[in-house]
Write a protein that binds this ligand. Structure first.
Ligand code: MCN
Ligand code: CUN
Length: 797
């Protein structure tokens, strides 16, 4: 390295806690969200939703709505059907009603749409649509779904005689049986991971703009995966793909809510085609909370075969998943229950077997995603709750039991009991850091002393590794489209650059971090690089942002395309320095002659030469694209430890400390990573403590607004202590990074719940279902019994 090499942190490269460039416009109110966009001649769409969870539609009379001045169009299921659009395919090989024709199957289902001069007229006109329903008995959980005589929800489907969607299994049943035969003892746990909702601050919406003259359809919309939407519109609406342009402008949070295709998008597109005017649909909060993007809602039942000394010999797991009325999970197609089989990946367990059954119910389609990498949240929650129960049953220390069963550093690559390949990690070291930070031994002593005085302290540990970053394309595809991603880099003649990827951030900071990767690879200062995502006419094809796949896949593509640019710049440098390429060395921002280090050219000088002084025969310009198909998922590891005090008189529990040790490999931007972890822990705390979406016996959704479904503010949210000293670079990622976007939301909930259950130790209580509302904790303590949260609840609860 010469004295002229750049200081990477100063130019905003890898490891710099660079301030988020996107925040410059966000905090000044200068963001450009879908609802900020107004087009000439734009009309507004509102949706009429079903008040009932399950009912036959006897008639729909929209004549009063059509008569309202300012109404341009009323769309009903029958009209959609004439264009073959009453139903649409889902990402899980099922069908979903766009607008109901035969029956409504959940409360809040889309029944009709009105397009009018303004949203208020459209809303009023929705209320003037007369729908006659014949109520049918609703089903709100898997037990009801499979009960004898249960009404068949999906009677629209040929060959669907019951409410079962699939039965799926993975693992080695015979080996697992043998493990249980050899066990000294068996530990059991049963729980419900309730429905939860990503609830981004910005709801979903779209503006469809079909231009009859150009035949081009432009859609501005809140999607995390614009290229997938383009393909879906091309295939479903039978429009030519090059005539469709999907633009995701700024997105006000996604958290998985903005992955699926929703009826509102489809209706706004059809309305724009019919009316030849732009049509805007902006969902309201209740619409968002009752009809879009639910996650979880699964019943988990498992047992663990244990040796007396604490060694785990095998695991059996069964899951009943409530998918709602349509099976529309967005997940790799060949896995029916997402990546639930990533459970127990952190532990060295010889045998495991998982069975899963999916059922329909009269609820909005569920199981989509909420900061989860396809059901990994449920997998890690069950794993860590089960591990705690097993250690308790054995009378073993929680930390020692985990450590004894961890995959050891020297065991990688490791085949997990249900079939994944993990490749790196330092689990024991992370645990050491966390135990020290929380003062483990000391806390256990205090806990005992407090107990003697009638005070209930508890400590919960959650340790987990999770699969982030689908694909590789060998194993991961959605409806046959392989999962990989892309980046395009254009270096202008003055050395400034633009990078575009197939990902689409919703607040994660891609505009900041992708520039840092280019800086690291090329030495161009981050502030000289602009990042753009979300426009299918300009961005290279990609599968979008979810499953924390952006850094593992698109971020890797950014590194790879930068390297292609550097290879060409090297040729330019050789030309400028009049030496052969072999005589040239690279250091950050500069090529130099090996034998004369003072003779060099900067990357900016090479860029200028690409447009003004290229060698004979060289193609001009300095631009390239890279497609990246990762060899494996990335496997970050985390330890979360929470301590709480439970008030026995009220069941209220307060968090005393939360310690987080995250190893996500090389951190591109440490500040952004910390933000991701704090956000995830906040959501984890909310799920464990307060977020409550359930259903009464009639199928009414309880949690349709922010009075019932609580978002934690800074006031409720506890403080978090974060540790970053353990770094295990990803062995196959070009810059050693692993995903981080979902870790804390995945691993966090079990730490909070384990802490409360630990505080109740000695009472015989094994489980309280989330959210651990004070009345549930109080009931468990007072009556010394488990408390289930399975719906239906009484509507006056
Ligand atoms: N990062 C880093 N170093 C690493 C890993 C990541 O600096 N080793 C940075 C990334 O460059 C990126 C951020 O951290 O700026 C998150 O990266 P990554 O883990 O790759 O996740 P994605 O960008 O793919 O984001 C998706 C993930 C998901 S799936 C959900 S859900 C979620 C989450 O991100 N939704 C969010 N975090 C969110 N944060 C905000 N603000 N808003 C959302 O909607
Ligand atoms: Cu699982 S929610 Mo994120 O993958 O968009």
């Amino acid at each position: 390295m010469t004295a002229q090499a750049l200081d990477e942190i100063k130019i905003g490269g890898l490891g710099a806690s660079r301030k988020r460039v996107e925040d410059n416009r966000f905090i000044r109110g200068k963001g450009n969200y879908t609802d900020d966009i107004t087009l000439p001649g734009m009309l507004h769409m509102e949706i009429l939703r079903s008040p009932l969870a399950h009912a036959r539609i006897k008639s729909i009379d929209a004549s009063r709505a059509w008569d309202i001045p300012g109404v341009h169009l009323v769309l009903t299921g029958d009209m959609m059907a004439t264009r073959n659009l009453a139903w649409m395919p889902t990402l899980s090989y099922d069908t979903q009603a766009v607008l109901a024709t035969d029956k409504v199957r959940f409360q809040g289902q889309e029944v009709a749409c009105v397009i009018a001069d303004d949203p208020y007229i459209a809303k009023d006109a929705c209320e003037a649509i007369d729908v006659e329903y014949e109520p049918l008995p609703p089903i709100v959980n898997p037990m009801q779904a499979v009960a004898e005589g249960a009404p068949v929800i999906r009677d629209d489907k040929e060959n669907q005689a019951d409410n079962v969607i699939y039965n799926w299994e993975v693992g080695d049943a015979a080996a697992t049986d043998r493990a249980f035969e050899q066990a000294d003892m068996v530990s059991r746990l049963k729980l419900h991971y309730p429905r939860s909702h990503p609830s981004p601050i910005e709801c979903c919406g779209s503006i469809a703009d079909f231009n009859r003259a150009t035949e081009k359809l432009t859609v501005y919309m809140t999607t995390q995966a614009p290229h997938i939407i383009r393909a879906a519109v091309a295939l479903v609406a039978e429009l030519p793909e090059h005539m469709i342009r999907i633009i995701s402008p700024d997105i006000g949070g996604g958290f998985g809510n903005k992955v699926p295709v929703y009826p509102g998008y489809v209706c706004s597109i059809l309305a724009s085609i019919l009316l030849e005017r732009p049509v805007k649909w902006i969902e309201d909060k209740t619409g968002n909370l009752i009809s879009t993007g639910f996650a979880r809602d699964i019943y988990l039942d498992g047992e663990m075969a244990l040796r007396q000394d604490g060694k785990i010999l095998g695991v059996r797991m069964h899951c009943d998943a409530d998918h709602g009325a349509f099976f529309s999970d967005a997940q790799p197609s060949k896995f029916k229950i997402g990546l639930l089989h990533s459970a127990f990946a952190a532990y060295d367990i010889p045998a495991a077997h998982l069975t899963a059954r999916g059922t329909y119910s009269n609820k909005a389609p569920g199981g989509v995603a909420y900061r989860c990498s396809f059901r990994v949240t449920e997998a890690m929650f069950f794993q860590e709750r089960m591990v705690q129960a097993a250690a308790d049953d054995l009378g073993m220390d929680q930390a020692a039991f985990r450590r004894m069963n961890f995959v050891r550093d020297e065991d990688f690559p490791h085949r997990t009991p249900l079939g994944f390949l993990t490749d790196s990690g330092q689990y024991g070291k992370c645990l050491d850091v966390a135990l020290k930070a929380v003062g483990y031994e000391e806390f256990r002593k205090q806990q005992e002393e407090a107990r003697a005085k009638g005070r209930l302290f508890g400590l919960g540990i959650s340790t987990m590794t999770e699969p982030l970053g689908a694909g590789n394309s060998r194993e991961y595809d959605i409806l046959g489209i392989k999962m990989f991603d892309s980046a395009e880099l254009k270096v202008h003649m003055t050395g400034k650059a633009i990078v575009r990827t197939g990902a689409r951030g919703q607040g994660q900071g891609h505009e900041t971090t992708w520039a840092q990767i280019v800086s690291h690879e090329l030495g161009i200062p981050a502030e000289d690089i602009v990042v753009e995502e979300g426009d299918t006419d300009t961005a290279p094809f990609g599968m979008g942002t979810y499953a924390s796949r952006s850094t593992p896949v698109a971020g890797a593509a950014v590194a790879m395309v930068s390297r292609k640019i550097r290879a060409k710049a090297r040729k330019l440098a050789a030309h400028l320095l009049e030496v052969s390429e072999e005589d040239i060395e690279w250091e950050l921002g500069r090529f130099y002659v090996r034998s004369a280090p003072d003779r060099g050219v900067t990357i900016q000088e090479c860029a200028m030469a690409a447009y003004s002084n290229m060698p004979d025969g060289m193609e001009p310009g300095l631009e390239n694209t890279a497609y990246y198909d990762p060899p494996n998922l990335t496997w970050p590891f985390a330890v979360y430890i929470v301590t709480v005090e439970v008030d026995p008189a009220t069941g209220v529990w307060d968090v005393l400390t939360t310690v987080a040790v995250d190893d996500c490999g090389v951190r591109i931007n440490p500040m952004i990573v910390e933000g991701q972890i704090m956000g995830g822990l906040t959501e984890a705390y909310a799920m464990a403590n307060m977020q409550f979406i359930t259903f009464d016996a009639e199928g009414n959704c309880i949690g349709s607004n922010y009075m019932d479904y609580l978002l934690p503010t800074a006031w409720e949210t506890p403080g978090f202590e974060l540790h970053s000293e353990v770094v295990t670079p990803c062995p196959h990622h070009p810059i050693g990074a692993k995903g981080i976007g979902e870790c804390a939301a995945v691993g966090g909930p079990a730490a909070f719940v384990n802490a409360v259950i630990d505080a109740l130790s000695g009472t015989g209580v094994r489980n309280i279902d989330m959210p651990l509302l004070p009345d549930r904790v109080w009931e468990a303590l007072t009556y010394r019994r488990d408390v289930s949260g399975a719906p239906p609840v009484r509507s006056d609860d």
